[in-house]
Design a protein around this ligand. Sequence first.
Ligand SMILES: [Zn+2]
Length: 225
Amino acid sequence: MSFLEKTKRFAFLSIGYTLVTNTSSMDPLERLTALFEKFPGIGPRQANRFVQFLLRSSPSLRRELVSALQGLNSGVQQCTQCMRFQAGKDSLCTICRNPHRNNRVVTIVATDTDLAALERSGSYNGYYFVLGGLVTLAGDKNPSLHTQQFLDSLSSRTNQGLEEIILAFPANPEGDATAGFIREMLSHSNDQLLKITSLGRGLSTGSELEYADPDTIRSALESRK
Ligand SMILES: [Zn+2]
């Protein structure tokens, strides 16, 4: 590729990038709609419905929304041990600080929502680690995954009695790819004493932990292998 072609390509990519991400030049309605469209599962029509709802809602609701969003910046941080988001200033979350949990098991989940689903089921009392997403099927190593943080935490977890790592990813191709990736990663660092299991397929194919009922989660935990 010539220098000119490279320059043109860069300019084209830059313009594309600007179109996708720069919302500051839009009018307020377009801007908010474009921001809502970035939310998972939200298309242009739903984004527009949210904006219309806010236009018709009271100024106090809009002020509360602005204040709540600002609170996410100032009052929420990630637990340094399990990487889940938590309100407050403590470096460890309430689960990681709880000495009565079972330190022989740690469950790796993709998201905070999956962690919440396992907690709600009431059938798990070990610790957690939030990976921060899933491996994509294109085989891209998702740079936002906290794999290194988990590896770094392994020796102290093992010293505290860890015996088993449970992989609790969604029963779908991305979940399977992530489980394979983690098993491969651990095979290089695991001292072979740790048992690595995956949730049983009581969870139907394609279902996500987030939507599973407590009985299904309990059965998936009991049938892990
Ligand atoms: Zn934690």
